[in-house]
Design a protein around this ligand. Structure first.
Ligand code: E8X
Length: 600
């Protein structure tokens, strides 16, 4: 799916701004009730989560539908053009109405969807746009929510059983089975864009390297009649290659490769022309390959220095905030990092564009987090998620396939791969094959494994890259880094035998900024540094460990819980991006680790 870009053939008009908004009272269930909205509407900013835009508990605790509306007039000069309404992300389920008519439903809160307006409205029309948004999570959504009677209630302590106490609830509560606040709403931009009736529908670019030359195998999907031509422009804007036809192979002589910063992340532009339409798609000449226990970019062994992140900021919640994204790119450079994982959902497209330009490598993750239900329920047999999971992977690859920064797909974060090992292996290996089948560039595929009994886990070892989240010294062996390092080595001996590239995709310690101790103990800044110093010393001794991603880049908001003091505090930075001692530690450490050949 192409990102809306304006040029001399296409227009893009933003519908971002102040909309009217109200939470459902539990009676309308996603249907539009004009009187209800008229009597209850307040102002809301789009794009942004709605949860933190008001200082009222109901905005944080809401479970169910909410309604957005605004009017819009389509400029008359767009007459004769194809008109499309595009939502970059509405979390988690959207119903779109135009002048009271339901025109689209979409499940999934982190990928774009579009409404073709032909036959609905025309240039010059003024129309009422309404969006009903459902924030509920369950055993059939990604991310996964617990449901009454499952694991959430399984944690009863002595006293009044929580099921009894919960009877006070007037409406259903969201029970996220994941450790981030369930921010919801129109979280990313809304646009109306136009193209000629006969238009370019998609562009597929598959780069490779042949000696000094770059190769681009391309395919252009079109609607309507006409010829396709494609010019390859250098970063300086010069035409360096040309081809005609919907598919073909282009050779770029003496090509400049895309490499992670501080090497040169060189970008070319594929300028596709079809009939009266034109679209410019940027791309990079780079290759990605797993070779034994090495992860190769452009044939060189790459070492991942970076983190898991979140799209999370004050007031915006999970809403798109370009200033934060630009600042985070600056901080990634300041930290001498070279990569991040889009934990635990696809991020806004603008971030991948920035990563392409800045030379930052991305592990691109789906919203499949929380697939597990304790010890007694096989989620693969009981959760209704497989079909939606395939939809999400298909849409993720369709959106992100041309980004040179994307080097691997993560199908999920911390699914249960231990308690029902054969069921898990069957689910993940079949979805792994499905994911590979969809990617024109056939990048490595993985899922991120939760701390578990890795000898019982039959799925993680089947992935192209072993990605593990481990918390020796924090969640277990708490505070005891001697025991933690011993445990690490017992487990690393196991993975040595599997002999695949291994990335530690999460390890970390909650740390209260400003809390200092002469003797490092948990929650102090000194402990966070010691935790990483001791762990990294063990990881450095294993050449198959090809990456270290501390959890997390920054502190972030979560649901309330006894383990959460104002959210998750494992950040190297505070939520408003101030460095803890561990940020300075990694800046020094990663300043001495090259992108390539670290353990050769
Ligand atoms: C944590 C992280 C959480 O924030 C992330 O979204 C997924 C969790 C650690 C699980 N991984 O809690 O800080 C570790 C379980 C160990 C038993």
């Amino acid at each position: 799916m192409l990102y809306p870009r304006m040029n001399d053939k296409r227009s893009v008009i933003s519908l971002d701004g102040v909309w009217r908004f109200c939470l459902d009272d539990g009676t309308h269930q996603g249907d539009i009730d004009e009187d209800f909205i008229a009597h209850n509407a307040e102002i809301i900013s789009v794009p942004a989560s709605y949860n933190d835009q008001k200082d009222e508990p109901r905005y944080r605790e809401h479970c169910g539908w909410a309604y957005y509306e605004r009017r819009f007039t389509i400029p008359r000069f767009l007459v004769g053009q194809r008109l499309v309404l595009r939502f970059d992300a509405v979390t988690h389920f959207a119903r779109v109405f135009i002048d009271g008519r339901l025109v689209k439903e979409h499940k999934g809160g982190f990928l774009p969807f579009e409404v073709e307006l032909d036959g609905i409205v025309e240039a010059g029309d003024d129309f009422l746009l309404q969006v009903a948004v459902d924030n509920r999570v369950s055993h059939s959504t990604l991310p996964v929510g617990n449901e009454e009677g499952t694991a959430f209630f399984g944690s009863d302590n002595a006293g009044v059983p929580s099921v009894e106490a919960a009877k006070v609830w007037r409406t259903k509560r969201n029970l996220p089975n994941f450790d981030f606040f369930n921010y919801a709403g129109i979280n990313r931009s809304v646009r109306l864009y136009s193209t000629p009736k006969d238009h370019i529908r998609d562009i597929v670019l598959v780069p490779s390297i042949d000696g000094e030359d770059g190769i681009v195998d391309y395919c252009v999907e079109t609607v309507g009649d006409g010829d396709v031509s494609i010019d390859i422009l250098s970063r300086e804007g010069d035409v360096v290659a040309h081809a005609d036809g919907r598919t073909g192979r282009i050779v770029i002589a003496h090509a400049r490769l895309w490499n992670p910063y501080p090497d040169d992340p060189y970008l070319y532009t594929a300028r596709v022309t079809f009939a009266e339409d034109r679209y410019d798609e940027r791309f990079g000449i780079r290759t990605v390959k797993v070779d034994g226990h090495r992860f190769l970019i452009n044939g060189k062994p790459f070492f991942f220095k970076g983190f898991g992140k979140h799209e999370d900021s004050a007031i915006h919640g999970r809403g798109f905030d370009l200033a934060y994204d630009v600042r985070d790119m600056s901080l990634i450079r300041w930290l001498n990092a070279n990569s991040f994982r889009t934990s635990h959902y696809p991020y806004a497209e603008e971030i991948y564009d920035l990563a392409d330009e800045q030379g930052v490598v991305i592990i691109d993750e789906t919203p499949a987090v929380g697939i597990g239900a304790g010890l007694s329920t096989d989620p693969y047999a009981t959760f209704d998620i497989r079909s939606h999971h395939e939809d999400v992977i298909r849409d993720l690859i369709a959106r992100d396939k041309n980004h040179p920064s994307v080097v691997m797909w993560s199908m999920a974060n911390e699914p249960d791969s231990e308690h029902f090992p054969e069921s898990a292996r069957d689910y993940w290996t079949s979805l792994y094959r499905y994911t590979h089948s969809l990617d024109p560039q056939d990048r490595p595929v993985t899922f991120v494994c939760c701390q578990n009994n890795y000898e019982r886990d039959l799925a993680t070892r089947e992935m192209d890259v072993v990605c593990i989240n481990r918390y020796y010294g924090w969640y277990n062996l708490s505070g005891d880094m001697d025991a933690a390092c011993h445990a690490w080595n017992i487990e690393l001996d196991f993975w040595q035998g599997i002999d695949k590239p291994l990335i530690v995709t999460e390890y970390g310690a909650d740390t209260l900024p400003g809390h200092h101790l002469t003797v490092p103990e948990m929650f102090s800044e000194e402990f966070q540094v010691m935790y990483y110093e001791r762990t990294n010393a063990e990881l450095d001794r294993r050449d198959f460990v090809v990456g270290e991603h501390p959890w997390n880049f920054a502190d972030f908001n979560t649901i309330q819980g006894v383990y959460r003091a104002d959210g998750n505090r494992k950040g190297l930075l505070t939520r408003d991006r101030k460095p803890k001692m561990a940020a300075h530690y990694f800046r020094r450490r990663w300043g001495g680790i090259p992108n390539f050949g670290y353990k050769e």
